[in-house]
Design a protein around this ligand. Sequence first.
Ligand SMILES: NC(=O)c1ccc[n+]([C@@H]2O[C@H](COP(=O)([O-])OP(=O)(O)OC[C@H]3O[C@@H](n4cnc5c(N)ncnc54)[C@H](OP(=O)(O)O)[C@@H]3O)[C@@H](O)[C@H]2O)c1
Length: 322
Amino acid sequence: MTITKPKLVTIFGGSGFIGRHVVRALTKRGYRVRVAVRHPELAFHLQPLGGVGQIQAVQANLRYRWSVDRAVAGSDHVINLVGLLFESGKQKFSAVHDFGARAVAESARAAGVPLTHMSALGADPHSHSLYASTKGRAEAAVRNVLPEAIIIRPSIVFGPEDNFFNKFGNMARISPVLPLIGGGHTKFQPVYVGDVAEVIARSVDGVLKPGEVYELGGGEVLTFKQCLEAVLRVTGRKRWFVSLPFWVARLQGRLLGYLPKPPLTRDQVVLLQKDNIVSHAAKAENRTLEGLGIQPQTIETILPSYLWRFRVHGQYSSQTPA
Ligand SMILES: NC(=O)c1ccc[n+]([C@@H]2O[C@H](COP(=O)([O-])OP(=O)(O)OC[C@H]3O[C@@H](n4cnc5c(N)ncnc54)[C@H](OP(=O)(O)O)[C@@H]3O)[C@@H](O)[C@H]2O)c1
């Protein structure tokens, strides 16, 4: 009798916010997971997400092609979740998003294994934002190298350890005012990290259409201001909103961008100038969560489970403070 080993999935960026949820979704399905990260010694927190020997961490840096090939060797599926929010040192958008995505795609093609590539809504080679333009070039490179690769484009992703709602939850805790960048009119479609992980796991299962681009948004379209109102509602706080014109926010972002871990960069402000929602074409062609039969989780259900730590004790209310 021959015993077949469960499939091995290599995840670049598996130690990040979305990566952790993808690792959990895959181990639950019984896959073996190889997490390829720059500092494997910092990926021990992933071990409880799988059984004994189910998760291994290996060293890889997308800026070094040989390390990518080494991490891909022997895998049955490759996922690239690596992304930057801001540049620092050698971690440039062009090197990590653009060159790195091509390196992973070439490596997956050479190994003859399928690839799921994580992009973002708004990815566009012609965007004025470096994040969005390098994400757009990455998509083009992936498509060119491996036409059957599956590309996932989420809107802003929420869940424990997210970068958006936690940031404003913390800001609401210490600051009397919250900034409405560009008046707070930009539209988002926040999508739950667990829903994103489920789609990626289905991609590994082989149930998504090869060569397709999936656009993932939650059930509600919310303006930037409505997102902040949700944070205040959940944390039971009352704060003033201050409208910041885009040009002022860009200036502020440029100055904050010199910090080692900037809370806001000029590039992020440029990104905020465009709505971040699922396209009509994706909806019409069922390249969405709903199209895959997944009912998106709402922020009202999930935010209280992790923003509680910014809450005024006993003040949670389902109404927006006046
Ligand atoms: N979070 C969102 O709201 C959102 C929305 C749309 C799209 N996305 C996309 O989703 C993906 C994952 O996002 P996330 O929020 O989970 O990001 P994250 O928490 O910052 O995780 C990024 C991951 O990339 C790894 N990484 C960074 N530079 C690397 C390099 N040179 N070589 C190898 N690994 C590297 C990081 O590990 P080390 O730094 O330890 O190596 C980490 O595991 C990204 O592509 C992002 O653009 C995210």
